[in-house]
Design a protein around this ligand. Structure first.
Ligand SMILES: *Cc1c(COP(=O)(O)O)cnc(C)c1O
Length: 425
């Protein structure tokens, strides 16, 4: 049997609670989903601002499909770069306060394209150990020497930087995708400048959500294009549509157009998606209430979860976290080194839409997720290798469309679903 070895592998994954499977969704994206004929409240989407099915975004998409059709016909460099793409790039450049922006078909491709375009064998890339898979893959594919530093640990990064030669690129998530904490971007930017390295931030989960104007972590920390020369954003999360972009200097963008293989050798995303994103960008900028509400919901949840004795992740940084155990919020807040280089007024300013509950054991995380589904709540269990061994978690995310009663009901369900877990732990 050709694939018998893989069948064995699949059985091992299942026994370890690491088997992945899909749920079939019959409804539009939103906080109410239909799964297997049941109505479920959704707490695991990245559609943080509730724009994936917003009427003006949908109608912009329909109108653009009437005008441009569906397919984009080719890559951007052949005949696929429409007026809609071009206008969106200009608007994204203005939104991020940068010279230029360049659209990519997905965030995965943007990350692989930019890192490989900037680095070669003579160079070195430094990545936070909790970076998104696409950043790690981009670093590996570039052929540059590859170093992972301890999570949010600028001192550890510095040790690696000192030994490096060639061009140096430091790469980090902004808001970390599976933890929801903030990268120490001010300290990273100071460190990068001192080491003559470039800094790249992937703010897939911060853009639109964090900052007064939705400018993400760079707005929050007050960092500009010279502090962080490479900014990557995705459009499939806070913006509610699809695609991604890199924003930076004119030279950076022109270099990517010449050299980024995942830009050059792939079909442009449909023009209608670009038009839909232009509509969603307008809402992201104008509707502050969505960000305010998200923060209130997440804070309500953190308070309730702490009262239930559930283990949250500290928003400031997780330097205190090791591969098996997490310290509680109060301990982490007392740890001075954790705050090195950060100037935050109040940790609650750093509340993101991602609020994981650490469970530890993968099988256990899956059981709790299934129990929540039976109770009518969709919360995904995130397991290794997406997160470190022994740190399986329920990745709870909020949407501006949730109401406080949804959060309260989730907390009740979590209390019931984790009772056995707490007793064992
Ligand atoms: C989702 C995500 C990506 C990938 O973006 P896609 O557009 O979904 O391919 C990249 N980086 C981070 C941090 C992400 O969360």
């Amino acid at each position: 049997m050709a694939f018998s070895r893989f069948r064995d592998n699949l059985e091992v994954l299942a026994a370890q609670g690491l088997y992945r499977s899909r749920r079939v969704i019959a409804s539009p994206q939103g906080i109410n989903l239909q799964i297997d004929g049941k109505n479920i409240i959704n707490f695991c989407s990245n559609d943080y601002l509730g724009l994936a099915n917003h009427p003006s975004v949908v109608s912009a998409f329909k109108n653009a499909a009437d005008h441009y059709g569906v397919g984009s016909g080719s890559a951007h460099l052949i005949c696929g770069h429409s007026a809609a793409h071009h206008a969106l790039e200009e608007e994204l450049a203005a939104f991020t306060g940068r010279d230029r922006a360049l659209l990519f078909s997905t965030g995965y491709m943007a990350n692989i394209g930019v890192i490989s375009a900037l680095l070669g064998r003579e160079d070195a890339v430094f990545e936070d150990r909790l970076n998104h898979a696409s950043l790690l893959d981009g670093g590996l594919l570039s052929g540059a020497r590859f170093k992972r530093y301890a999570h949010a640990d600028v001192e550890n990064l510095n040790v690696h930087l000192k030994k490096a030669t060639g061009n140096k690129l430091i790469v980090t998530d902004g808001v970390f995708s599976m933890d929801g904490d903030f990268a120490p971007l001010q300290a990273l930017s100071v460190t990068a400048k001192a080491a003559d390295a470039w800094l790249m931030v992937d703010d897939a989960h911060g853009l639109g959500v964090i900052g007064e104007c939705g400018g993400g972590l760079l707005e929050y920390y007050g960092l500009n294009q010279s502090d962080v020369p490479v900014l990557m954003g995705t459009l499939g999360k806070g913006f509610g549509t699809f695609g991604a972009f890199i924003a930076g200097s004119d030279v950076l963008i022109e270099t990517l157009i010449q050299k980024a293989r995942t830009y050059i050798y792939t079909t442009a995303l449909p023009a209608a998606v670009a038009e839909a994103t232009r509509a969603s960008l307008k809402i992201v900028i104008a509707e502050n209430w969505r960000r305010d509400k998200l923060k209130k919901l997440a804070e309500r949840f953190r308070l309730g979860a702490a009262q239930l004795g559930l283990q949250l992740i500290n928003p400031i940084c997780d330097k205190n976290l090791n591969s098996v155990g997490w310290v509680s919020d109060s301990v982490a807040q007392q740890t001075d080194e954790c705050a090195a280089g950060l100037r935050y007024a109040n940790p609650t300013d750093m509340t993101s839409a991602i609020q994981p509950i650490i469970i530890g054991d993968s099988q256990r995380a899956v059981e709790i997720s299934n129990a929540l589904l039976n109770a009518g709540f969709l919360v995904s269990a995130i397991r290794p290798p997406t997160v470190p061994q022994g740190s399986a978690r329920l990745r709870v995310t909020f949407s501006a469309l949730h109401e406080e009663h949804h959060v309260n009901r989730l907390l009740d369900a979590l209390d019931k679903a984790t009772t056995g877990h707490k007793a064992q732990g």
